[in-house]
Design a protein around this ligand. Structure first.
Ligand code: FHN
Length: 717
């Protein structure tokens, strides 16, 4: 009987193990697992595979590429990526199953485990539901390729920890789903077949793995026994699988911002990955130098080959540093069936031009559906972008940033001796002005119809291209200009110096071009080819207007630049009988949102202070203080005064309001200048505080003194 009962118990155990979803995953061939049961961390079991994660990671001979790589080697490694300019981002995983929805809330997506506070034990129930029967790697890669995208970055593992490939070190992967096909394997093979570069996004943060810390604040899952270093070993073992098994061209890290990750670990991880594949490219989120959504902070200090602005385009690019803007087509990275806020084709194509004109790459995201298909809107946009790229891709691939500081009608890119003008706003008069273009183009034509030349002529302000009545493209029309050598452009002329001066000043003039001469006048007339030549900063000793014009081969080019200058008359010194150190002050209480007319008020207190000192206030809010006395100018010359205050303030010297910093505001710095004769000058400071922060600092700068706080010994009453 006992023997019979034992057999029954064993059978019951086998049946129970076969039933539960999570247990089903444990049933597959053994792996040194990151356990699916979320309750407790466990040391990876010794598996049938040859090495444990720790042994696999330890077998990698890590070299310090950050120190050893030369600029030439770096540039060579980055070349294909820089030329590519355009890639597809794909956010896909278990989170596609709920499609952004949870208990009636419909704004979730790839963060749903956290944003809906779904316990891991619940979340893993999406595993048996993930069955993308319509997934077609060939179709996905073809859509990317036809859209002009040269690489694909897909989430091998997002923050939820689920793996889209057949991992040896966890059962929490695609092979535990009914689909049982290695998504990354199929996509990688298709990319290799179609000539698109396969790249992986990999999240450092892992909400599933029991050794990852910190836990989410709302979780009940114990962190007892969790070993973050053991998690890092697990992550590195997976990265070794991915690099050795799939040969990705870029590793796009993310989820680097939690306190458990550090610059030290980031540097180690960068070198580890490079040691596995020396020519791989790694983004800067491997380390902690991302700088939030701006995508880069102190590039020299942190590891990573390129910056990663997210959902934004840096206004002037990131000069001297590789960068890639990643952006969604709608408002979510992962699939959200309610999110119909898709960007227009015009917006996407103009963003593509804008990013390239600033020297960056564009990583445009798709959030596939749980059945393995792309959203219809995404497919339509990819088709429109592909059509545009077919006609205009030359103006994008392999180009470098625009040489123009800004263009009112669009953007520009450059490739060798060819310049591409990306026209967003087609001029109604059919005349496209290219300011500051000096070089004569050999050929000018629409990129979409190179067989039809366009006419161009040159005027002072630059070049003017005659355009057909209708734009070549409904979104961005691209015009190519071919030159014999790299085209030369002059920037707008910049005139330095300060508008008010005393007694004289040397004014620098700059236009960024070495092959033009700048000629100038001081009598208000427009410079001509007989006007004085600019050779060094221009001595200005009188009030007047400086006009500058660039000349090439004695022909004026670019716009005339001008600046008014005013030679100040020093304020005569005042007489003060028996001056004593310090200032008089009057203290008022009341509610204002601007400086009041103090003549109409009765002060609540009065006295003397050493300096512009707020300590005379009797409460922190709804107060005002007026300081009056004399400032001692140690020499005749130009004095600049600065007021930094919260809330409003004003500074008068003599009876002249030199700085007006009035109004309700946070700490705000303003300044103003005046010429003073050596000696004493009346000075009056007015300040009011409504509520909140309170501060006031008064600085000065004189012919012999750099900007600093007015010392007590220069103040008298
Ligand atoms: O948290 C992720 C987010 O889900 C998405 O993956 C983006 C894409 O760059 N990165 C993080 C947010 O910065």
């Amino acid at each position: 009987m006992k023997r019979f009962m034992n057999i029954v118990l064993v059978l019951l155990f086998i049946v129970s193990v076969l039933v539960s979803p999570a247990a089903a995953m444990r049933n597959r061939p053994k792996k040194p697992d990151a356990p699916i049961t979320p309750e407790k961390p466990a040391a990876p079991e010794v598996s049938a595979t040859p090495v444990t994660p720790a042994e696999a990671v330890a077998s990698v001979m890590v070299k310090d590429y950050l120190k050893s790589e030369t600029p030439e080697q770096f540039n060579s490694r980055m070349q294909w990526w820089r030329e590519a300019r355009f890639g597809m981002f794909i956010h896909w995983g278990l989170y596609a199953v709920p499609a952004g929805e949870w208990k009636g809330e419909t704004r979730h997506a790839e963060w749903i485990l956290t944003t809906a506070q779904i316990p891991v034990s619940e979340y893993i129930k999406f595993v048996p539901q993930f069955n993308p029967v319509n997934f077609d790697a060939a179709a996905w890669v073809k859509m990317a390729k036809d859209a002009g995208m040269k690489y694909i970055v897909i989430t091998s593992k997002h923050h939820d920890g689920f793996c889209l490939w057949d991992s040896k070190v966890t059962d929490y992967d695609i092979m535990a789903t009914p689909f049982k096909r290695d998504i990354l394997r199929e996509l990688t093979d298709e990319c290799n077949k179609q000539g698109v570069k396969m790249c992986f996004y990999h999240s450092i943060m892992d909400w599933h793995h029991p050794d990852y810390l910190p836990r989410r604040g709302w979780e009940k899952r114990s962190a007892e026994g969790a070993d973050f270093q053991r998690y890092i070993t697990y992550m590195k073992a997976q990265l070794k699988e991915l690099i050795e098994g799939y040969n990705p061209h870029v590793l796009w890290f993310d989820g680097e911002w939690e306190k458990t990750w550090s610059h030290e670990e980031g540097v180690k991880l960068y070198n580890y990955v490079r040691s596995l594949k020396p020519d791989i490219i790694v983004n800067n989120r491997v380390d902690t130098g991302r700088g939030g959504m701006a995508g880069v902070h102190d590039a020299k200090k942190y590891a990573g080959d390129f910056g990663t602005p997210e959902q934004e385009i840096p206004a002037t690019g990131i000069p001297g540093y590789d960068w890639e803007t990643c952006m969604t087509m709608n408002r979510h990275w992962g699939w959200n069936k309610h999110d119909k806020n898709f960007k227009s084709n015009e917006d996407l194509i103009q963003k593509l031009s804008d990013i390239a004109s600033k020297g960056g790459n564009f990583l445009l995201n798709i959030g596939p559906k749980p059945d393995g298909t792309f959203p219809e809107e995404s497919i339509r946009s990819l088709e429109a972008i592909g059509k545009w790229m077919d006609a205009n891709g030359d103006g994008l691939y392999g180009t470098t940033a625009s040489k123009f500081p800004k263009l009112s009608w669009g953007r520009s890119t450059t490739k060798g001796n060819t310049m591409y003008l990306h026209v967003f706003d087609w001029p109604k008069n059919q005349k496209l002005t290219v300011p500051g273009l000096l070089s004569e183009a050999q050929k000018v034509y629409l990129a979409s119809s190179p067989e039809k030349p366009l006419t161009i002529h040159y005027e002072n302000i630059g070049a003017v291209i005659d355009l057909p009545a209708k734009p070549a493209d409904p979104y961005v029309s691209v015009i190519a200009l071919e030159f014999k050598r790299p085209p030369e452009i002059i920037r707008e002329i910049e005139i330095g110096g300060t508008a008010k001066f005393y007694p004289a000043q040397d004014v620098p003039v700059e236009c960024g071009s070495k092959t033009v001469q700048i000629r100038y006048t001081l009598d208000g007339t427009a410079p001509d080819n007989q006007s004085p030549l600019y050779q060094k900063p221009i001595r200005i000793e009188e009030t007047g207007i400086l006009k500058c014009q660039a000349f090439k081969n004695n022909r004026p080019v670019g716009a005339v630049a001008e600046k008014q200058f005013m030679r100040l008359v020093p304020l005569p010194a005042a007489y003060l009988n028996a001056p004593k150190p310090g200032l008089n002050y009057k203290y008022y209480e009341g509610k204002w949102n601007m400086l009041p007319n103090f003549e109409t008020l009765t002060p609540a207190a009065a006295g003397t202070v050493k300096n512009f000192d707020l300590s005379v206030k009797k409460r922190p809010e709804h107060i005002a203080i007026v300081y009056s006395g004399y400032f001692k100018a140690n020499e005749t010359g130009l004095y600049t005064f600065y007021l930094d205050s919260d809330d409003g303030s004003r500074l008068l010297v003599g009876d002249n309001c030199i700085v007006n910093n009035d109004g309700l505001h946070a700490p705000t710095l303003k300044s103003g200048s005046i010429a003073l004769e050596k000696g004493l000058h009346k000075i009056r400071g007015e300040f009011f505080q409504a509520t909140g922060g309170i501060m006031m600092d008064v600085y000065y700068q004189s012919p012999k003194t750099e900007k600093k706080q007015i010392p007590d010994n220069l103040l008298f009453k």
